[in-house]
Design a protein around this ligand. Structure first.
Ligand SMILES: [Zn+2]
Length: 269
């Protein structure tokens, strides 16, 4: 289960049961940090128009709080796709101090190597983490509605399963903060599109205003992970809406597109 941590002036969520088995995963908030409005607080995104020296300082706060090395950090340019990539120590440092050096066109990263900090970024999209507690494998993925539609969770599990021999029921998964159905209305075309691809996806939606639907991306991903073979009791859900809690998280919709990014970061320890 997720647990809230306050360290120095930063707040983040972590998974103590995962840490006890060798994976330190953090879901960051916007609290603490040195960025100014509209990125106020702990903005971790270099590509959103914030002062890059502030972003780098914010990233260092989190590395220091977790005793992680800057040279171990690796991130990618996320494109709302379903591309996932295995990374090893040779990727260390990619995308830490400049966006250009981040890995291209990738929405999920996974590794079996310790001392490599996988970093993914969000403002409303759903953060996903996958961990094999005995083989010590860790993967993170970015699931906005497009990633969900493409089933990036299953893509990540499939890529990990192609490289190592395990059953999905052995995996632990976690979802972080994302925009909730309370704040996420979609049109009928969106609903139909999902229903065509996933005939049992109706429960992921509820009635919205004026013929619209409310989309529950977290619920969708939990269902898709279960469909991929993960046990429900092995999925930790944070269950906080980024738009309702825009004092705690960055929300692209609430901020009308002008906002920072929080992170789902993780390392095998
Ligand atoms: Zn909400």
């Amino acid at each position: 289960m997720w647990e809230r941590v306050e360290k120095g002036n930063v707040i983040y969520y972590t998974l103590p049961e995962w840490a006890a088995q060798g994976a330190q995963v953090i879901m960051t908030t916007r609290v603490g940090g040195v960025s100014e409005a509209p990125y106020e607080g702990l903005n971790l995104g270099l590509h959103v128009g914030d002062d890059s020296s502030a972003v780098i300082a914010n990233r260092r706060l989190l590395l220091d709080a977790n005793r992680w090395r800057e040279g171990a950090f690796v991130t990618a340019k996320q494109v709302h796709g379903d591309g996932v990539l295995y990374v090893d120590a040779s990727f260390g440092g990619r995308g830490f101090s400049d966006y250009e050096s981040a890995i291209d066109d990738t929405d999920g990263l996974f590794t079996a190597e310790r001392d490599l900090v996988l970093a993914t970024f969000y403002a409303d999209c759903l953060p996903l983490a996958v961990f094999h507690p005995t083989l010590k494998l860790l993967g993170l993925a970015h699931a906005g509605w497009q990633g969900t539609y493409r089933n990036i969770g299953a893509a990540l599990i499939g890529a990990m399963g192609a490289k190592w021999d395990f059953e999905p029921e052995e995996l632990w998964c976690a979802t972080g903060a994302a925009i909730g159905p309370c704040c996420y209305q979609v049109d009928a075309d969106f609903y139909q599109r999902f229903l065509e691809r996933y005939p049992d996806s109706d429960p992921w939606f509820s009635a919205g205003e004026k013929g619209k639907y409310r989309f529950n991306n977290e619920k969708a991903n939990v269902a898709l992970l279960q469909k991929a073979g993960v046990k429900r009791e092995n999925i930790s859900v944070l269950g906080l809406c980024t738009a309702c809690h825009d004092d705690l998280f960055f929300s692209y919709r609430k901020g009308a597109g002008k906002t920072g990014r929080h992170g789902l970061w993780g390392a095998l320890i």
